[in-house]
Design a protein around this ligand. Structure first.
Ligand code: GRF
Length: 203
């Protein structure tokens, strides 16, 4: 079975959604390791309740970012991980880590990229006045939320939406998108052509 590493910083609802997909058989994979850069992340409580191996690595304990991410990479390799999932991981990943795990790192973002990359995507969407928004799962590359797109799902933006209401609506779609994207990659049902990730249908 394929091993996943999930990198988190906070709440961990995407981690939970992914884990539930592995438990009920929608996704044949094992979450072998969770890494958090935040010792207070609620995601860690979920890991201990569910018996998922987890470690906390704080950036301040390392002299620089590449050394920090080298340690994360070494841990990930120790657990024979096939795919790395950033699920609410709030650090920008350096090039050294991206090169080491080329096309093996996925991220999820709460907007229809390339619109509204970076922080507070839902606020950006509301302030811009878009009528639809959604989420994107993509391969991590050197840019900020710029990598080749695997799955996108959209939601309606309603007139009376607040940031919280819109975020919740998008989050429901995130929870569905993430395991589906992971499954496509683990099943090898894709082909990368330039920026395009072509999803190969079952014959
Ligand atoms: C999600 O909206 C994700 O798209 C963004 O950060 C949030 C993390 O939520 N990158 P959670 O920790 O998975 O609940």
């Amino acid at each position: 079975m394929d091993n996943l590493a999930v990198l988190v910083s906070g709440r961990g609802s995407n981690l939970r959604a992914l884990h539930e997909a592995t438990k009920d058989g929608r996704l044949e994979a094992n979450i072998a390791l969770v890494v958090s850069n935040n010792a207070k992340a609620p995601a860690l409580k979920y890991c201990s309740e569910e018996g998922i191996p987890c470690i906390v690595l704080k950036t301040k304990d390392f002299i620089e970012k590449n050394a920090y991410f080298k340690t994360i990479g070494d841990e990930i390799e120790r657990f024979n991980v096939n795919l790395i999932v950033l699920a609410g991981f709030m650090l920008l990943v350096p090039q050294s880590f991206i090169m080491r795990f080329k096309y093996r790192i996925l991220n999820i973002h709460p907007s229809i990229l390339p619109s509204f990359p970076g922080l507070e995507a839902q606020r950006q969407a509301l302030e811009y006045g878009v009528k639809i928004s959604g989420c994107t799962v993509f391969f991590v590359d050197e840019g900020c939320d710029t990598g080749p797109i695997i799955v996108q799902k959209f939601v309606q933006v309603n007139e009376d939406d607040t940031i919280d209401i819109l975020s919740d609506r998008i989050l429901t779609q995130e929870h569905d998108s993430l395991w589906q994207a992971v499954k496509i990659i683990l099943d090898g049902k894709y082909k990368i052509e330039g920026r395009r990730v072509k999803i190969l249908e079952d014959k």
